[in-house]
Write a protein that binds this ligand. Structure first.
Ligand SMILES: Nc1ncnc2c1ncn2[C@@H]1O[C@H](COP(=O)(O)OP(=O)(O)OP(=O)(O)O)[C@@H](O)[C@H]1O
Ligand code: SF4
Ligand SMILES: [Mg+2]
Length: 325
């Protein structure tokens, strides 16, 4: 597709474990255009982080193995790049903020060492030591950390969880990436801090017109952060649409279940949830992986795997109910 910043096609990933082979990603399809803020939503274990690790070529291998697919960034397949080409994509092209800021920072180096090394090696221009330092101070200031000069001298353990995540955001944005992947960046933080961090992130990406993939379990967060939504279930994207369209007209039975699972704050309704659980990747169901939980399943759903089909403008769904026989 032309004009796409990132185009993931038919991505399949397996993990070899003691019990056998986990067939996790089952042909992930996803497109992110320049300037787009994309929300990726799906329950725990559906393969959101695994997909993004493939995009950045940081999937641990073994046990992970990419068995099919392409990941095109500006039309070039990341999976075929040399180590040096991938290094250039990371940072300037794509940067990622992880779920757990503690794990993302190295405890034995100061914040300054870590941030300045990202700026030094990730920036487009070659910078002198003084310039690197002043950019580090500026970016800490931008994420609203008090006293940036002092923070440069601190070790991660000297900062709170919320401050550490602000440092990680500063690090990810310091090289002005074209695409920012934020992988549930607030789940490890307490609720009041979560809201502050989301608002900060939103303001920063808007100011810079950075493209974003925002990963979350929460449809409420998607509503705040995304223009377009991808819904993932058991290793595949099962629906995608512009945010307003997805919320007003969810088509896939899983997306409809997710919407019903959101606690209703008004009207006194009780969240129904989706009966059943995500399938076992050692032995996933044949055909549509949602079939054991789907109230509409019929014979075709057991025999064939549904792929994404466009059903309206920019609205795609992987379900046989919306395809010609
Ligand atoms: N290193 C690994 N070794 C073995 N299996 C793995 C590994 N990483 C991921 N998996 C498998 O892949 C599945 C998807 O994991 P992934 O972390 O991508 O899910 P996720 O959608 O990001 O979940 P969460 O919302 O909990 O972060 C897991 O359920 C697990 O079975
Ligand atoms: S393809 Fe079949 S089993 Fe899968 S979601 Fe659609 S109706 Fe349900
Ligand atoms: Mg994850």
């Amino acid at each position: 597709m032309t004009g796409a910043l990132l185009h993931v096609q038919g991505l399949k990933v397996e993990f070899k474990v003691y019990e056998g082979v986990l067939k996790v990603l089952n042909g992930v399809q996803m497109v992110v255009h320049e300037g787009e803020r994309m929300g990726l939503v799906g329950e725990a274990g559906c393969g959101k982080t695994t997909t993004m690790k493939c995009v950045l070529r940081i999937l641990p291998s073994p046990p992970g193995k990419i068995t099919a697919g392409q990941i095109l960034f500006h039309g070039r397949d990341v999976l075929k790049m040399t180590f040096h080409q991938v290094q250039r994509v990371r940072g300037r092209g794509i940067a990622m903020i992880f779920q757990d800021p503690t794990a993302a920072l190295n405890p034995v180096f100061t914040i300054g060492d870590q941030l300045m090394s990202v700026i030094k090696y990730g920036s487009r221009d070659s910078l002198g030591a003084r310039e690197v330092r002043s950019r580090a101070v500026a970016v800490l200031h931008e994420v609203q950390l008090p006293d940036p000069e002092r923070i440069l001298t601190n070790y991660p353990i000297q900062l709170s969880g919320g401050m550490r995540q602000r440092v990680c955001i500063a690090m990810a944005l310091s090289t002005e990436p074209e695409l920012l992947i934020a992988d549930e960046p607030t789940t490890s933080l307490d609720v009041t801090i979560q809201d502050q961090i989301l608002r900060l992130l939103n303001a920063l990406v808007e100011r810079r017109s950075t493209s974003v993939i925002f990963i979350t379990h929460s449809l409420g967060v998607v509503r705040e952060m995304a223009d377009r939504v991808y819904v993932m279930y058991a290793g595949s994207i099962i629906e995608s649409a512009a945010k307003e369209e997805l919320f007003s007209n969810p088509l896939h039975p899983y997306t409809q279940g997710l919407m019903r699972a959101v606690p209703k704050l008004t009207g006194g309704g009780i969240a129904e949830g989706i009966p059943g659980r995500i399938p076992d990747y050692l032995n996933p169901p044949a055909g549509c992986r949602f079939q054991p939980r789907c109230p509409h399943a019929w014979a075709r759903c057991v025999n064939e795997v549904p792929t994404l089909h466009e059903v309206g403008q920019g609205h795609e769904v992987a379900c046989f109910r919306f395809q010609e026989q």
